[in-house]
Design a protein around this ligand. Structure first.
Ligand SMILES: [Zn+2]
Length: 122
């Protein structure tokens, strides 16, 4: 499925969306929770051909679970957002599983910390 960037620069929000057409991408973005734009005409939709085919169904990628994809597509979080040094996951208050903790090895999310503990135990 084709990848699209849907942005509202006025509201400073944006999403990576997968859809067959520009119009479907825009409506998918506007239905997505956390996408604050309600004006159809304010959403700027651009193609992201490098990301085509990552998803096969129409959907919007959640930022926090797909931080690495967003990062590689050139998106940057708010400066105050803390991210995992290993996998790039960003911390969001709404998602306890995204909690990032400061450790001797840097800032780590829960799953990377579990990996690090496992590695250390070997
Ligand atoms: Zn991580």
């Amino acid at each position: 499925m084709k990848a699209w960037s849907c942005c509202d620069y006025g509201a400073e929000c944006g999403l990576i969306v997968f859809a067959e057409t520009r119009g479907k991408a825009r409506s998918e973005a506007m239905q997505h929770e956390g996408f604050d734009c309600s004006e159809w005409k304010d959403v700027e939709v651009r193609r992201l051909p490098n990301l085509d085919g990552i998803r096969n169904e129409q959907c919007a990628l959640s930022w926090w679970k797909n931080a690495r994809i967003y990062y590689e597509a050139g998106w940057r979080p708010q400066p105050e957002t803390i991210g995992c040094d290993v996998c790039g996951l960003y911390e969001f208050d709404e998602f306890p599983e995204s909690k990032v903790t400061e450790t001797d090895d840097g800032m780590l999310c829960a799953s990377c910390m579990a990996e690090a503990v496992k590695e250390a135990g070997k």
